[in-house]
Design a protein around this ligand. Structure first.
Ligand code: ADP
Ligand code: MG
Length: 525
């Protein structure tokens, strides 16, 4: 006889933890660090707080084997209300980010995977200490997950009166990990996070050393707002859900203009006319087949306004430039933040930067650093749309000859990132996204070409300057001899210098720039 039963979400992820990145001690350590750091960043920057984050990684012994590793993170975020702590850390699919707003986390899953993994591999509970901004108390929890029922088990709860004014969260976990093999990737991940968050101070304490990325800007990007759905992105279930929550007396035209992004009464009326719906139809009378037709028509209608990008929080070109400068230390950097665009009803913004020279490593093709909603993407670069675009560009048009010190940075912000596959490490070739990336990358490349031309010109003048000054004395002396006037030597020299300066001026180059370049090495590319 077969026996039948259901599977709780915790059980599902307990059995299939590799789906969420917890496959082996190397990858799991990396993934756990990511989940914790991303939550800390979401709890700060999304709420207008300049992040101060300290991450400590403590392997229990010093051999190169898989071992118990303790991860501790402390942030100055908004904290978690005392009653919510058990659920947010020990119940799969529980969180505060199930809204239409750009965030690093979206599933309400990440940290629970780390807790689950700790529980399975080292039998230790998660430790959480937190306090919210207006709370008078701070509290400590030790939690396990009841895997079969997908519910928290509270092992310990302590509540204290807050002694000093603080808010934020401290989390500590001990998992089976392999620090020596995960080290490089974790450090690279944090370095790239520091690039995309120049307003954050992130400290990383490891057995070898402690590294601090101090913030280079106190400007936070405008936090994202919670948005409405775009009419082009709906499906039947979403319509049902919205109607269930709405006032039942609402007419179709009011429903559309109240619940959807960029839809006013006029647009709603025009749509109803086009789709052959009675605008005064009460929404509770809509049948399932009406809803199917409505969803289809909403997809097809091509006169909706573009989705509003208020739910997004791009970095902006200034911050992006500062971030790139902080981490790559190039000789030249330029960045672009494109205007909002959309695909299938989802707003998105593309930002790119280009870094050249200085400490940018020299390589045979452009170095690529990819980000999605400010998360660094380290895997699957070869199938990412950005790689495809960069490889299709003939860089010699932009005066670049490889090997060269060139790095391209791409960032996509969206409430729905078009990932390729479940790995969530590569962006798919959505035509709208590809087009925006192409425009942005090529524009930064044109700016690089202008920069390189300028440097070339300066070198050319520099060479002339050297030649002229070398022969100046001799020429001046000879000329003054010819005109038979000893005093004219100085005058002739001055005139020659003036001619040289005029030449420099004609090329639109200021003298300060000449000096800078004189210090730089030979032009590359
Ligand atoms: P997600 O980040 O996808 O929402 P997680 O399981 O990683 O899912 O986190 C669940 C929830 O826990 C978050 O939505 C957030 O509300 C809360 N949370 C986790 N870590 C922190 C933190 N450091 N500060 C404040 N809230 C946090
Ligand atoms: Mg998360």
């Amino acid at each position: 006889m077969e026996s039948y039963k259901g599977l709780s979400p915790s059980q599902f992820f307990y059995r299939n933890r590799e789906i969420a990145g917890f496959s082996n001690p190397v990858r799991s350590l990396y993934q756990a660090v990511r989940e914790l750091l991303e939550n800390s960043l979401d709890a700060t920057e999304t709420h207008g707080i300049l992040p101060n984050i300290t991450l400590e990684i403590r392997p229990h012994t010093n051999n190169n084997q898989s071992d118990k590793v303790t991860i501790r993170i402390e942030d100055n975020g908004i904290g978690i209300p005392i009653a919510e702590v058990p659920n947010v850390f020990a119940r799969v699919f529980y969180g505060s980010k199930y809204v239409l707003r750009q965030a690093r986390g979206v599933f309400g899953l990440g940290v629970k995977m780390a807790v689950l993994y700790a529980q399975i591999t080292t039998a230790t509970p998660i430790y959480v200490k937190s306090s919210t901004i207006d709370s008078e108390t701070e509290y400590e929890y030790k939690l396990f997950i009841d895997i079969e029922r997908n519910l928290p088990i509270i092992l310990q709860l302590n509540v204290f009166k807050k002694k000093k004014k603080w808010h934020g969260t401290i989390v500590e976990l001990t998992i089976q990990g392999n620090w020596s093999q995960a080290r490089r990737r974790i450090k690279e991940y944090i370095r790239r996070t520091a690039l995309i968050a120049p307003y954050a101070t992130i400290r990383l304490i490891t057995p070898e050393n402690s590294v601090e990325y101090k913030r280079v800007s106190r400007k936070l990007p405008e936090p994202p707002q919670i948005g409405k759905y775009h009419p082009r992105g709906v499906d039947i279930e979403l319509l049902k859900m919205l109607i269930r929550a709405a006032d039942k007396k609402l007419t179709l035209v009011d429903f559309l203009s109240k619940y959807f992004d960029g839809v006013g009464k006029k647009t709603a009326l025009n749509f109803c006319k086009w789709a052959e719906f009675n605008p005064n139809h009460k929404i509770k009378r809509l049948t399932l087949s009406d809803l199917e037709k409505l969803a289809n028509k909403m997809h097809q209608y091509d006169k909706w306004r573009r989705p509003k990008p208020l739910t997004l929080s791009p970095l902006g070109d200034t911050l992006l430039r500062e971030g790139v400068r902080r981490i790559l230390e190039p000789e030249f950097v330029t960045a672009i933040s494109r205007p909002p665009s959309s695909y299938s009803g989802n707003p998105f913004i593309i930002e790119t930067a280009l870094a050249w020279g200085g400490k940018v490593p020299v390589s045979d093709s452009p170095l690529l650093l990819r980000f999605a909603n400010r998360i660094p993407l380290l895997y699957d670069e070869s199938v990412d749309v950005s790689r495809k675009i960069i490889d299709s560009i003939d860089w010699s048009i932009y005066k670049v000859k490889f090997p060269a010190p060139l790095a391209i940075i791409t960032h996509i912000c969206s409430t729905k990132i078009p990932f390729k596959g479940v790995g969530k490490e590569a962006i798919a070739e959505v035509p709208e996204v590809e087009k925006e990336l192409n425009i942005a990358i090529r524009e930064t490349a044109r700016r690089l070409r202008r920069h390189i031309s300028r440097i070339e010109k300066i070198y050319e003048i520099k060479r002339k300057e050297v030649t002229i000054t070398k022969y100046m004395d001799e020429v001046a002396r000879a000329l003054s001899y010819i005109v038979n006037d000893d005093d004219s030597e100085e005058i002739i020299k001055k005139k020659l210098m003036k001619l040289l300066k005029k030449e420099i001026g004609k090329k639109g180059i200021v003298t300060g720039e000449m000096k800078n370049v004189a210090k730089a090495k030979t032009p590359r590319g």
